[in-house]
Design a binder for this molecule. Sequence first.
Ligand code: NOJ
Length: 785
Amino acid sequence: MSSQIADAIVVSRHAVVASLGFVFASSALATAQRSPAQLAIIPPRASHIADSVLKLMTLEEKLGQITQSPAGFDQTGPTVDAAGEQQVRKGQLGSFLGLYGADVTRRMQKIAVEESRLHIPLIFGYDVIHGMRTIFPIPLAMAATFDSSAAVRATRVAATEATALGLHWTFAPMVDIARDARWGRIIEGAGEDPYLGSVMAAAQVRGFQGDNLRSPTSVLATAKHFAAYGGAEGGRDYNVVSVSERDLWNVYLPPFRAAVRAGAGSFMASFNEINGTPSHANDWLLTDVLRKQWDFRGMVVSDWTGVWEMIAHGLGDSLTVAERALHAGVDMEMSSTLYRNKLGAELRAGRFPIVLLDTAVHRVLTVKAALGLFDDPYRGASADRERTQILTAEDRAQAREIAREAIVLLTNRTVGGTPALPLRRDIRSIAVIGPLGADSNSVLGGWHGAGRKEDAVSVLDGLRRALPNADIKYAAGVGLDTVPVEGPVNTPAIAEAEQLARAADVVLLVVGEAEQMTGEAASRSWLGLPGAQHQLAQTVVRAARASNPSKPVIAVLVNGRPLAVQWLADSASALVESWHLGVEHGNALADVLLGDVAPSGKLPATFPRVTGQVPIYYDHKNTGRPPVEGVKWNSKYIDAPVTPLFPFGYGLSYTTFEYSNLHVSKPSLRGSESVTLSVDVRNTGTRAGTEVAQLYLRDDAASVTRPVRELRGFRRVLLQPGQSQTLTFRLDPDDLAMYDRDMRRVVEPGAFTVWAGGSSAATLEGHFTVTGGVTVLAPAPPRFR
Ligand code: NOJ
């Protein structure tokens, strides 16, 4: 460590030690909570238990307590080797990652609580993201439901299954806002919008944690990756993020704030840096914002080897990065072991403040106590629950219902006088074509916990079950290659697909991304169809049309990110976005294709026309030269439109909806007042359907630039044909607020516009004016550094 850095650490250590000492030691502050949900999840009793245990611990036990080891894996499932067992016995490990199964977790816990000196229970964590065994739609698809109750229900099932298998802690929800679909991890979050992202973040926290963290069916939730991980430059995973303080507060931090307010008991630091500081060393983020401003009471875990990775970030040697992480507020180190192996000597020699270690250990123990582990270390883990509460018929029914809601109908053309979808039940023959048509692994999605492909229903299986009398044939046509193929492709497999397309009454073209093309470390530079799938689509559409110009060719996307599929959208009779929907994928898709349920999903992220448009998102700022067609000197491309293929919030149904009478309760109000908007939504079609009505807001003129519009409310509403309903939305001062030049949260006087409709392109507008002076809702947050 250079002497300058060392000095800086010593100076900042004093400040941090003083402040952490305050948070940790002051019982007055502990009861004077500003966040009721945090207090409910981490009650004072838990902190008292931690106090009493901490006093008894040796330095080695403390360092072990803040260390988490990954489990091994063999034919029987997750395991622990002899060395791991020995660490547990010696009290030198606080947690396992990826160890699940009632039997193995109970066995390890028994060693911890019966053979270790202080009998401190282990905490078992795992990535239970969109299901444990009953796999639900990927989080991006879950966001497409615009249904927070669906997110609560899915995470409740996941928590119940996870706890039966011995887990206490999930590394979810992932609440990173993502506006660049090249980034593979867009699959794991709620998409591009901070408002929708906040609603979904809070819902998932509530579902995972339940009403009471001590319940044997509750798991501790982790809001991750703190923060701005989704802003990776070039969409390349783990990359640097260049973000302004203002965008951080407006875009990336709101879902994390919502997670804290919902009571999230744990946070995970992100791999990226912001403003020159990797999150694992970012005391501004982890302490000033998270703990001091937001009153977060839980624990912070590193993301995998994120502490160690700061050596490669260029922050110094292994001791330096371990010190920086602990000092910043990373309480537990996942997978790498610099805390356990590097800090001992420094602490013993008094060169590193013991209070920093004690604070981290105290937080880990407090969370364990809040989970009730000191009272019942085995909690929900039971062979009986494993048998009876996993992959139940009710869970599958929930998964099917939610999966249906997540499907987004993107186009639906009229062929032969009727819309291509829904399909008629009396179809005689269907050709299912495409490499994802019979794939029961990819439909499980990127984080499928203990999910198994044997449990999952592929598109082909779902259709065959729904139409047992139809002749349904399948041809993959091409393989699941990642790199796009250029030029024509002529293979026997494509010829076979072509032949099926000619012969069948209806073609279902199932294309998109395999599971491994999405998620972590799966960034793509090209958002078209991978491999030779585009060539397959062209061949099949041509062959089908040649045999019968009005033959429906239904294109179904099975994928984990917005794709640039302009040709497919223009050429297929209908285009359906089915994401990766989990174990019930094929059944849910068949329900929608056959019209048992009308589609109601809406896009949680903008679909570009071409890859070069990304990052693309609806709530962008205007430039001084907004794009005007046919005029050169303004903000656009010379070789592609600036408009998206499909905008945020967009999705069709089998019926149509009309919006009218957007009414503003007060045309003029003070900045401290609320305003209510009402709008009539009418089903103008001939069948029942659910619409996601959306409300957008713009501050027309402000002291700093504001987005062209921002989502401020949405409501799912089921309407019978001809039925109309008046929906109301209340906007409170915080909904109208913005950060001013000094980063104060204010409502400024002036004109506001609202829009109501079925997507971010809604055109029905209303207006109101805020009068009087500037209303200050909150002072500026801690100084960005
Ligand atoms: C790395 C990922 O970034 C994170 O999301 C996950 O929770 C950990 N690995 C543990 O699997």
